[in-house]
Each structure stands twice: as structure tokens, then as C-alpha cells.
Design a protein around this ligand. Structure first.
Ligand code: BGC
Length: 408
């Protein structure tokens, strides 16, 4: 059976600045690495200098779109002082994509913060929405003539929960009860002493509220400088499902509301489209033994369908901004990609207005608190020589991209 995608569907892969560029030292993550709380990122893939070569490979692989992020700490290294050199660099990156007919999707902020902002309280600050909006509007003002798709932020819920509940990411705040409900693998819990009482939970909710407000304020600020720009939020959706048990069904509905509903309810009116990052399916009451990815996550690519259908409620164009797996020996990636693309096609048949699909990731990269060991790339990176090798599964994805269809 041939599953054809709508004309003009965007096909590509995604990266994020800190995970691939290298040489970024003025962020909260670099500071945490110096304090030996997370692995050192260092030169990463040196994508900052090698993006032309990487985009040549993306082009050869049939990609027509590419999602990447710009680094806040490069662009605004001091509060309110913007660095034109960084802008020049990202304009060159955009030009290089244009030269290859690859449509850019730019994420304005993907997890890492400039030190001046992290050290002064980051999103706990009352004025953080305005600070973020000023930066976001500046980015679009400077790059908006070369790109029409911007996302304000990547995965606010992952960012907030790892940093303010799990304690595995900066600023390493930890609420003890989270240990028992945490289902993703985001690195070791750093703070051995969790704070007592409910205070961290209140702080977490305040941060989440500020993140939503930051998106909404940025949306309005961007529209003032560039009304035509398409603005999205990139939302990580965990699909919480349930077996037959009604109690489990209530639990799943509640978990979906807490993880996805609250943030989307607060922001969807200020989204022209929504990006979906899908990695995770879990079922309450499930007795099955799941095959696992290298992240120890359930191998469940077809449940991207549920994640997309969950987002149709907001009645916006959608795009898959990330989905993929860590698979060092590339033994399951081709199957995973085919299944996730087929499920995306099915979601389109069932009413989801999906416009594009970006595999995570173009390159192997720095997997946050887990360092460089996990291999998500269509392109393998040798971190000693920085040599790039295209993985066999990339050719299966290439066929999908060039045919604009998946054949089963
Ligand atoms: C993030 C990426 C990360 C990927 C795999 C997403 O949560 O946006 O930065 O590398 O998932 O864990």
C-alpha cells in the first residue's frame, strides 16, 4: 500500500544549537558541566563550523526542510546587549539552507540559557516573560526576512520538570515525590537532598506559568515586528494510555491533562501552528514486555498517531518537530521511521492537519545529562575525528522524503 502525503509536505530532520554546535561556554549547562553536574559538551559535533557539510548530506538525503535552534547566549550574551556577529552567523546558516532549497524552521530557545539570565533566577523571575519576548522579537526582526517558521520554545514541560522537579537538569531543583512517578530517562538526579515540603511544587507551577506567559508575550512582540511570521510552540507530548480498567482511564486522562493540556490551554490562542515532539508512549495497567530503544523507552513509533490526534483539539496546523530514537547499531531505526511516518499519514487521513515531519536528529549529538553516548542521528558522528557517516536507515528515510510517500 502506498501512503501518499499532501503536496508540499516538509521532510527533514532537526538539531538544537547547544547539542551540536560546540564552543558555547556562557550558558547554564556549560556552567553545570564545569561544576561536574552534567557531562561536558565541548566542541560537540562542531556543527558551528561544519554546517555546510552537514546540509550537503541533508540535501543528498532528500530533505526539503530543516529545524534548528539559535543560541540565546550567543545572541544576547549580556542582558539587553545583542551580538551582531552571532546574527551574522545564523544568517549564513539560513543562506546555506536556502542555497540548497531546504526550508528552515527556527527554534528561538532550546533549553540552554545565557548565564546572566540563569544566575538571576531565569523563569522564576517575574519579568521573565518580557525578557524572553524582547529576545524572541529581536531574533525574528533580524532573521525574519530569511525564515517564516519560528518556534518560540522547545518542550517547556520537559524543561520545567527536569529542572524544577526531577533535579537532573539546571537549576537542579528537586521534589522528592517526583522520583516515584518519573518515567523518562533524563540523567541522574543530581541533588541528593530533595527539598522538604511542597514549596518546590509551587515554584515549578510558577515556572510553568511564566513559560506559558513567555510564549504568549513573545508571540505578541514578534507579531508587532513581523506580522506575517508563523509562530509555534514545540510541545513534547507523552501519550498516556490505559488498559480496560476505568480507574486507569481516569489516571491517563489526568496525566495527559497535566502534561499536555494545561500548557496548551494557556498558549494555543497564541500559536499559528504547533510542533509535536513525540518519543514516549506508556499505558497504565500494561502487562506487555516492550521492546526498548537505547534510551530504555518503549519502542512505540506508531503511537505518534495518538499524540497528533490529541493535538487536533487546538485546530492548528501541526508539524512533527521531533520524533526518533537512540539506536547506536541502527538495527531498529528504519523500521521505527517507517512506522512513525505511516502513523503520521494515518493521522492526516483522520483529520490531523500535519504539514511536515522532522526526524530527531540529523546528527548524533549531546544528549543533555546523558552526554554523547546515545545515538539519535541519521548521520553518525565520530567524536574523535568529527567524521560523518550516513547510517543505512537514512536511505530508507530518503526514499520516503523523495517519494513524498511511504510504501508498506
Ligand atoms: C529534545 C532534544 C533531545 C531529544 C531526545 C527532546 O526532548 O528536544 O533536545 O535530545 O528529545 O531525548
Amino acid at each position: 500500500m502506498q501512503m501518499k502525503f499532501p503536496d508540499g509536505f516538509y521532510w527533514g530532520a532537526a538539531t538544537a544549537s547547544y547539542q551540536v554546535e560546540g564552543g558555547i561556554e556562557n550558558t547554564d549547562w556549560a556552567e553545570a558541566a564545569r561544576a561536574e553536574r552534567v557531562p561536558v559538551c565541548g566542541r560537540a559535533c562542531d556543527h558551528y563550523n561544519r554546517y555546510e557539510q552537514d546540509f550537503d548530506i541533508a540535501k543528498d538525503m532528500g530533505h526539503t526542510a530543516h529545524r534548528f535552534s539559535v543560541e540565546w547566549a550567543r545572541i544576547e550574551p549580556e542582558e539587553g546587549k545583542f551580538n551582531q556577529e552571532a546574527i551574522r552567523h545564523y544568517r549564513e546558516v539560513l543562506q546555506s539552507l536556502k542555497d540548497r532549497n531546504i526550508i528552515p524552521f527556527v527554534t528561538i530557545w532550546h533549553f540552554t540559557l545565557p548565564l546572566w539570565f540563569s544566575q538571576s533566577g531565569s523563569f522564576e523571575r517575574k519579568d521573565s516573560p518580557e525578557i524572553f519576548a524582547r529576545y524572541a522579537a529581536f531574533v525574528v526582526q533580524e532573521l525574519g526576512d530569511m525564515c517564516t517558521h519560528f518556534s518560540t520554545m522547545n518542550e517547556p514541560n520537559v524543561y520545567g520538570s527536569n529542572g524544577w522537579l526531577r533535579g537532573s537538569w539546571p537549576p537542579f531543583k528537586r521534589f522528592r515525590l517526583t522520583d516515584s512517578v518519573s518515567i523518562t530517562n533524563s540523567g541522574k538526579v543530581f541533588e541528593s537532598k530533595a527539598s522538604k515540603g511542597l514549596k518546590p511544587v509551587f515554584t515549578y507551577f510558577r515556572v510553568m506559568k511564566n513559560l506559558a506567559k513567555a510564549h504568549n508575550t513573545a508571540y505578541k512582540a514578534i507579531k508587532r515586528v513581523s506580522p506575517e511570521t508563523e509562530i509555534s510552540v514545540v510541545k513534547h507530548v507523552i501519550v498516556f494510555d490505559a488498559n480496560w480498567n476505568p480507574f486507569n482511564k481516569v489516571k491517563a486522562a489526568f496525566a495527559n491533562y497535566v502534561w499536555t493540556g494545561i500548557f496548551m490551554n494557556r498558549t494555543h490562542k497564541f500559536c499559528d501552528s504547533v510542533g509535536l515532539n513525540y518519543y514516549f508512549y506508556t499505558q497504565f495497567g500494561d502487562k506487555r514486555e516492550w521492546r526498548k530503544t537505547d534510551m530504555d523507552w518503549n519502542f512505540a513509533p506508531s503511537h505518534i498517531y495518538d499524540a497528533l490526534m490529541m493535538l487536533t483539539k487546538y485546530k492548528k496546523p501541526l508539524f512533527v518537530s521531533e520524533a526518533g530514537l537512540a539506536d547506536a547499531d541502527d538495527s531498529g531505526r528504519a523500521e521505527y521511521i517507517k512506522d512513525q511516518v505511516a502513523a503520521t499519514w494515518q493521522a492526516i487521513q483522520d483529520g490531523a492537519d500535519v504539514r511536515g515531519h522532522m526526524y530527531w536528529s540529523l546528527l548524533d549529538n549531546y544528549e543533555w545529562a546523558l552526554g554523547f553516548e546515545k545515538r539519535f542521528g541519521l548521520i553518525e558522528v565520530n567524536y574523535d575525528t568529527l567524521e560523518r557517516t550516513v547510517r543505512p536507515s537514512a536511505s530508507v528515510y530518503k526514499e520516503i522524503c523523495t517519494q513524498n510517500a511511504v510504501v508498506e
